[in-house]
Design a protein around this ligand. Structure first.
Ligand code: ZN
Length: 232
């Protein structure tokens, strides 16, 4: 009975608005797109998403799962809200023009794995250097820095933050599965690195995720500039 109801409802939606079927409340999407564009331009200005690198998403509905996400191939320095897409739990576009980045599957893996409300991905010089130099150790430990307290739930500089490093891949299904395993095996982490590629971090909401990018990028820059990463 319940199934029948859902079927009827969706076929009604399909007839009335074929281009927007199963999309979320438009206001939530529009608000997320404005914030994501602003954050993306800020990250570009900091040199963390040069060229068309990086991608950003925010959950706008949990049931059904819907994300606002960057369209692929865009210059992050001139992002506009109209360039964002709404995608469903299988990375199908349900609103907007363009297609999501291939890395959309990683965003979905993170949203599912840690119930994140926003996922932000950067390609900085610092994350590229560190994820290469520490790949053989499987990750990098961040410890003793006051800035660690900017990570959600961290109260002291004595906290030891483990930033796992995953081997990079162009096979996003396989990489998404490895990311899911990492999230399961390392509960409490705030992000991970893809080798010589970049950082993925997240938060309960967009502002928390943005803060995590700023904190982790800061700490990685400190490690490289201070030479501390060489001996660790
Ligand atoms: Zn990337």
């Amino acid at each position: 009975m319940a199934k029948q109801k859902i079927k009827n409802r969706s076929s009604h939606l399909n007839r009335s608005k074929p281009d927007q079927r199963e999309s979320s409340n438009g206001a939530g999407f529009a608000e997320a797109a404005v914030s994501l564009a602003e954050i993306g331009k800020g990250f570009h200005a900091r040199g963390w998403v040069l060229g068309t690198s990086g991608n950003f998403s925010a959950v706008i509905s949990r049931e059904p799962l819907r994300l606002a996400i960057t369209s692929t191939g865009l210059d992050k320095g001139s992002l506009t809200p109209s360039q964002f897409l709404e995608m469903d739990e299988a990375a199908n576009v349900v609103r907007g023009d363009g297609r999501p980045s291939a890395e959309a599957l990683l965003h979905l893996a993170i949203v599912r794995g840690v119930a994140a409300g926003a996922v932000l991905h950067t390609h900085s010089v610092w994350s590229t250097v560190l994820s290469g130099s520490h790949a053989s150790q499987g990750g990098i430990a961040l410890e003793g820095y006051e800035m660690l307290k900017g990570l959600e739930g961290v109260r002291t500089h004595k906290h030891r933050e483990w930033l796992p490093i995953l081997e990079n891949s162009q096979d996003m299904i396989e990489l998404g599965e490895r990311a899911s395993i990492t999230l399961r095996e390392s509960p409490g982490i705030h992000g991970f690195l893809l080798r010589e590629h970049g950082l993925y971090t997240w938060g309960a909401g967009l502002q928390e995720a943005k803060r995590h990018v700023e904190i982790l990028e800061f700490l990685m820059e400190v490690l490289v500039r201070s030479g501390a990463a060489i001996s660790s």
